[in-house]
Write a protein that binds this ligand. Sequence first.
Ligand code: SAM
Length: 249
Amino acid sequence: MRMHPKIRVHNANREHPKLWIKKKIIKGQIYYAIYDGKHFVKHIGNAEAYTKYLNDLEKLESKKKALTQRTYIPDMPSGKYNVIYADPPWDIESMVLEKWESPLEDKYPTMKLKLLKNLKIEELCADDCVCFLWATHTTLPKAFELLRDWRFKYHCLLTWDKGGGWCVGGFHRKTELVLVGYRGILSNVVKEKGEYIPTLFYEKKTTHSTKPQIMYELIESRTIGKRIELFARNKREGWDVWGLDVNDK
Ligand SMILES: C[S@@+](CC[C@H](N)C(=O)[O-])C[C@H]1O[C@@H](n2cnc3c(N)ncnc32)[C@H](O)[C@@H]1O
């Protein structure tokens, strides 16, 4: 099988595997599929499906561009919170795309670190406040920087074993991370008696970028005070929420 000569995904910072479109011949018929150097990772279909796929990708690219340029920031609520749970739309900057719908990119706009630092987190924080901040292996250094910039003192790191993930440079990244930081007195916002919050937990991943339900359950059972989820996708009872998907414009 030959690599398709025209379509190749460049890997800007070598974080992610290179991907190509390759032809496959099955029972004398030509098909197209995405190939990562070892395996076919996505079947596209025959020549007609392949043409449609390329057209759809072009539309998707312009949609993403429009979304990213918008950088609309919804108003933050005016309350003070004891628990801040945040899953930022990190700007991964890893793939230079030609004709590929990156499985690492969701269809939501991303935010640069500077923009995340500029959010008015200070105004949301009660004197005693704990922050749970999601990061990937790639964004972990930025996450530490952001946590510090938001003026939380780093406490510990939680690891979510999601059961599968990308293989990058010899490592199977099947975990994501949650930085825990606090202001004021930690024991005023995280219960010290009873079941502890484990620093390692398992829940099978579902759709891309969706975080595990267990995180909500742990926070609800083990923290004290008013909670807000930043960059939320859904409303949840007992929480205030903020983000593009939950705030009215
Ligand atoms: C990583 S996703 C959150 C996923 C979520 N935690 C879940 O489990 O489904 C990041 C979210 O940030 C939102 N977002 C992107 N840009 C934003 C902005 N400028 N202001 C507020 N929210 C934004 C996106 O719409 C998306 O819902």
